[in-house]
Design a protein around this ligand. Structure first.
Ligand code: Q46
Ligand code: ZN
Length: 303
């Protein structure tokens, strides 16, 4: 097997592209994909200040590294969500990468800083820890980006994530979610910062190969709450299809973005946006869920 670019011995085969690469040319391919995605969707440019959402897993660590190496003005942000040892271990990985490479990093700790406890909230509100966690993360990333004058919030969502989300949304015809599934979520309110996914054409395997080749430390374990998630089942189904017919995931996602998504634009929920009476962040109700969470946790502490 020869590298399609330099004709030396190949080290990785990418069946969906019908291509094999040596390590050096794989890195060229990888960085080229990222910069192409950024340009194609006008995600940001070198003048923009980017907030990168970092969890310590392979995808976000790859995102952080590649954006830095490509010369973007990127600040990383990590949130300690109070998920036991998983959170402590991931925080260490992220902090160690930042200090070794002298990179700017913002760390938020929801328990220490806001008194939030996703387990108590989950019990009180009878909602899953993931739904509470998701609301808190979305709120904090947007707030930090808005307060800090950032142009975009970048996440490490990969091709496997995006295809699995799409499959889930199609299976239950979630029209509102389908309308909003894209590599770029534009700013729909002055206080809602643009969300971008520069790795949306790269697979989990390619992100893993990237971090291994670059000797980037990452947390191998997944969040304990991701076990049994429906998205994992969707990924398994798509992996089977991909094995039989390489390129399925990419065709499914790209086909949707190019031909399918526009049909859902009109049905996109026209939710009225307003500002939270307590914190001023954007919400659809009088007080945002984050401020309600803080109140609930404070009350519980007092009793
Ligand atoms: S939502 Fe759920 Fe994730 Fe939060 S509780 Fe863990 S699995 S981290 S992407
Ligand atoms: Zn609020």
């Amino acid at each position: 097997m020869k590298c399609v670019r330099c004709k030396q011995k190949a080290k990785i085969l990418l069946k969906r592209h019908n291509a094999a690469f040596c390590n050096e040319c794989f890195l060229y391919y990888y960085r080229n994909q990222v910069t192409k995605n950024i340009r194609k969707y006008k995600m940001f440019d070198k003048k923009d200040k980017i907030l990168a959402v970092i969890s310590g897993g392979k995808d976000s660590m790859a995102l952080w590294d590649v954006l830095v190496k490509e010369g973007y003005n990127v600040v990383a942000m990590y949130i300690n969500l109070g998920i036991g040892e998983y959170s402590n271990r991931s925080q260490k990985v992220v902090e160690s990468f930042a200090s070794k490479n002298n990179l700017p990093l913002i760390v938020k700790d929801i328990k220490k800083e806001f008194g939030l406890d996703i387990y108590k909230l989950s019990k009180t509100l009878k909602r899953s820890p993931c739904s509470i966690c998701g609301s808190i993360k979305r709120y904090l990333f947007n707030k930090v980006a808005y307060d800090g004058g950032f142009s975009a919030v970048a996440t490490g969502h990969n091709l496997d994530d995006e295809a699995a989300t799409l499959l889930g949304n199609v299976l239950s015809w979630e029209e509102g979610y389908l309308a909003r599934q894209a590599p770029v979520l534009p700013q729909t309110h002055p206080k809602l910062i643009k969300k971008v996914k520069p790795l949306y054409t790269l697979t989990e395997r390619e992100n893993l190969y990237y971090v291994l080749l670059n000797k980037i430390e990452f947390l191998h374990e997944e969040c304990p709450h991701s076990v049994g998630a429906r998205s994992i089942l969707f990924k398994e189904v798509l992996n089977k299809l991909e094995e039989e017919s390489p390129g399925t995931k990419q065709r499914f996602l790209n086909g949707f973005l190019e031909k399918g998504r526009r049909h859902f634009q009109d049905v996109s929920e026209k939710l009225e946006l307003r500002e939270c009476k307590t914190c001023g962040q954007v919400t659809t109700v009088e007080e945002c869920s984050f401020c309600r969470f803080v109140k609930i946790c404070n009350q519980q502490q007092e009793t």
